[in-house]
Design a protein around this ligand. Sequence first.
Ligand code: BMA
Length: 860
Amino acid sequence: MRIFWRTFVLLCLPILTACWHGDSSNMMTIDLSGRWEFRKAGDTIWLEASVPGTVHTDLYKNVLIADPFDRDNEKRLQWIDKENWEYRKTFPSDPRLLRKDKLILSFDGLDTYAEVILNGQVILNTDNMFRSWEVDIKDLIRKKGLNDLRVNFTSPIEAVKAHYDSLPYHYPAANDRHDEKYSVFTRKAPYHYGWDWGPRFVTSGIWRPVSLVAWDNARIESLYYKQKLLSDTSCILDVELEISALKNCQARITFKIQNDSARVLETKQISLKNGSNLLTVPIEIRNPKKWWPNGLGEAFLYELITEIKIGSETLSASNHIGLRTIDLVREKDQWGESFYFKVNGVPLFVKGANYIPQDNFLNHVMPTEYSHLLHSAREANMNMIRVWGGGVYEDDLFYHLCDRMGLLVWQDFMFACSMYPGNTEFLASVKAEAEDNIKRLRNHPSLAIWCGNNEIQDAWHQWGWQNQYTEVQKKEIAQSYQAIFHELLPEMVSKFDPQREYWPSSPASGTTFGQTSNTESGDLHYWGVWHSRLPFETYGEVIPRFSSEFGFQSFPEYKTICSFTLPDERDIESEVMKAHQKHPAGNELILNYMERYYPVPEDFEEFLYVSQVMQGEGIRFGLEALRRSRPRCMGSLYWQLNDCWPAASWSGIDYFGRWKALHFQAQRAYEPLLISFQQDQDSLQVYLVSDLREEIAGKLSLQLMAFDGRIWYHKEMNASFSPLKSIPVLKISTDDMMVGNISPEECFVVAKFSPQDQIVRPGIHYFEKARDQKLPDVIPEWELLEKNGNMLLKLSSPSLCRQVYIRYDGETEIRFHENYFDLLPNEVKIISIHKREREEINSDKIRIFVLNQLSPTKPR
Ligand code: BMA
């Protein structure tokens, strides 16, 4: 487990959350999170517990179990989810609370089957991790002395087992991806039951904060800024408010822009009646500043304050709002039907990745980790993150950071890779879950689209799931699917967030049940590479309209592996390493592809390195192919951005936040201006791909160079990057270039664009796979430099060095600004080093890997 400091989290969170949570001075909130007690049901001794938290993390903190992520401990901890667990806390009655008219106990999240008892009385039963819950406790709270609050969790397995066993048929379990036998009945994060990149820890616990909330007169239950119109001169927002009032009263409502010296936009008198009040107030922002996704402009946010004055009391709420239009454009064209997002009228090529929860134990994810991960996405030129449907609806902080960083969010509802029941109770639970989360997230400008589920439609129609059922059963299961993803969820989106698009399943070719994915319309998950073992080259052949998943695994770096292994377990096939490789064919597939494309090192650390090089270069090839094919394809979300534990996986950033080769490669492939190559039978085409709105003109120079630096061919021409386009600007026959005695295994092409070489990275093309290249037996020369207190690493080499990986083996956690790059002959590269202040870098601890110099490799 990552080390975590609760005090740090507790100190930071209020500061961070206060920025965007509504608050009102007539309201009083007491946080009941923090220290609780827990025990296994039936035990007599109570132990210390933390809220938010889970049973697993509380057991670990009490030293009752070993670190769940260490070695193969996972398999020894499977008993935890078969038990029932009890939590308790006592708290005094604050007299100021008691004086308020209304007093509510509020749970932001309970995982999952909980019975809540206050002072001996059952006040709540829950069955959905994704919901928030409130109970009026005004009459139950003790006027004097301590209150006794208990939350008893039933095992999520035991809670559904009898029901599961009694059914005449079972819902399809997702092939080899996870064991979800019992999960379909439980509205709980699907990945908790194990996935092909994550362990099985079926948690229970109070996973989000608990508080007491008290108020007089009235409370704002929900606030929705519905954008009616946005032009360069005006933005009209309909503010839809839901206010609970405790009596009939007159009030004055005022809207202000905080970041414009609290300028008042609108103020008016309103009447509230006892009970629930719905009202809509239009407001106008003149000469609005628009919100833009990363790469197209500033992600500008207005802080809007809503105040309601009732007598001498004021209710207030603050929200950060971004003004932008976003449309999903699906129009017939020469390739079928388009599928792209238009933001403020500008067609956006989506660049991003799929996001999974950052930990199996969500209380371990610190604000700094959210920030590091999303900053990393932004640094890699991403503009969209897909919150994948097998995890959770993320924390407010996640969306808040996405708003600030210009990262659009593709938001799945939390359903993945299985069919679900459609009985009334289940549908009611999903309905409440959808309402809670849509209302919570709809004001975020980053939120681009709601999507029903991950892969279920394709799975039902194409993965052979139907074979096991009778016609009647098939009909029944399909009807449940229809009810959830084609009726209930779209209805909820159009009711509570009517301006956002709903897409029933990712992938899909249309919005009708049965429109499975294809390359002509909608989005596609392309798993020909990896799951179907097809070559990386197929990334250049299968061009979807929007690629929402494709990926390839690698191992994390050595330091990460050391965090969960003992020295003698550092072997791909050791039991412990296999316990951290969740895809059944994972190791074999990595090896199989490595044999096809790269030298296969015998040495463990070099093997890890080559696995990352292969993933990075393979996916980069795919990313560039998708960008080259703009506007036919308008999106690339690779699988996957991050990890939930230290393991082999498809991620580009590992569990500790360390960038793998893939993240560096994605950063390059996602740059706004890209020089990219397409090799055909006997020619090479150079593409200039631009995501910018203005034309960039200059000179393109192209050289064919031997690995030792000798130039064999040279060409220069005027060329320009056309706004928002991908244009093949040059086509040369390979015969024309490869004159003389040079063979494809010993040369490459480099294309540079001047005078914009500061913003356009040279494009490099190889004719042969690394496996077959005759790389010179060199390693870069390097030295550490210090400039204005910053540490730099200077590297150079007379000959080409392929995939230079600089590793720091010291204690200090440092990051090289660039890594996993090709060093061109005679190039001098200066890399900045990110480290914490005052920490020393020991040059003896720097180690360099290159494909040129691997220790003995496996014979072919
Ligand atoms: C995708 C995802 C996940 C899975 C990944 C790798 O389809 O939706 O279900 O982890 O493939 O197999």
